[in-house]
Design a protein around this ligand. Sequence first.
Ligand SMILES: Cc1cc2nc3c(=O)[nH]c(=O)nc-3n(C[C@H](O)[C@H](O)[C@H](O)COP(=O)(O)O)c2cc1C
Length: 403
Amino acid sequence: MPTPDRSLETTVGPLTLKNPFLLASGPPTASGEQIRHAFRLGWAGAVTKTIAPDAMEILDVSPRFAAWKDENSGLLGFENIELLSKKDESYWTGEIAATKKEYPDRVLVASIMASLDLDEWQELTCTVQDAGADAIELNVSCPHGMPERGVGAAIGQHADLVREVTRAVRQVATVPLIVKLTPNVTDIVPVAEAAVDAGADVLSAINTVQCLMGIDLETLEPRPSVGGASTYGGYSGPAVKPIGLRIISQIAGELPVPLMGIGGISRWQDAAEYIAAGASAVQVCTAVMWEGAGIVREMHAGLSGYLADKHFTGVAALKGQALPRIGTHASLSRNVYRFAAMGFAERCTSCGRCVTACRDGGYHAISIVDQRAAIERDRCDGCSLCSHVCPEGVIVMLPGVRR
Ligand SMILES: Cc1cc2nc3c(=O)[nH]c(=O)nc-3n(C[C@H](O)[C@H](O)[C@H](O)COP(=O)(O)O)c2cc1C
């Protein structure tokens, strides 16, 4: 029987969305045309590529991306050293108005960043909201290029500066205010609190994670190499999802503020995990760059089917469901024990990876006997390493009693 469709409408503070999927600020929202194309495909909202005041010089380098891929060219992690939108304010006011006219039922968020002069933040706020933006997202979180000029993550890493900028924008903003946070801090909670204290209606997280993708060992050029040199960039894509989930759940556990989850979302399952961790909606950037905006169709169908299968009445019913299960290490049970067992022995190719892992990274509990892995239950400490290294999925962790 086909799974019944479940409505995906969601509210994020003052914003109502047809579904929880928005394009995040970045190359997929670099033009009004791209945003309208995405709306046609079913995205409920979009955050423009960050708009800067005309006086702020934005000069991109080339190349500005680097990728870490698996053997099938599937993306694992992505680095960018791209700056803000190169299009001027008048381009954006025209495109915001045109997009809202064509898609009045979608949520169009203007991402903005100005210099340390608070008047500039306020002027830009008025410009984009007068053009018809439904909400404003403050980019205080870009980790490359802009921090050297005192903005981006250089603001987002200091609760006091986040408070100042948010308060200044709040004074003139008549539309909902979103503050986009950087993961490049020791503790996200004080920064999130400062944004909320100063009037943010919604928080979004995460922007990219500061990184150095790699070094070409032939030339010793760091990647991406711009004429032989590079700089620290922003990491995104699947590899950062665990960081985004951690940050969203930490904020959700401490503050009753509506959240948009960002970071490594490419499938409906990723979105569902962010919602279970406390987000009311999600934003996607890298996956759209890699696979196209059409991924929203599968994400929509998948999430809708999942909610129906699990008898959740909607997105709000799933929101935060995992939170009560995330606590301190001390709170975890010491009475639970799982031991490694040959769940699918017939698949074992006696490759020996589990033997090596358990010998050098574990407890000497596995050997090869008659061309199959054999696990000594008394030696197994229940760490689960072997079940992860096994390429055939032979080893399973079964509930048991510690011997
Ligand atoms: C090439 C590129 C450009 C980006 N530009 C912006 C930007 O202008 N403003 C912004 O707030 N975030 C920007 N981001 C960050 C994304 O919006 C998002 O927070 C981050 O990439 C993590 O999500 P993802 O894993 O879905 O890409 C950019 C990301 C990438 C990959």
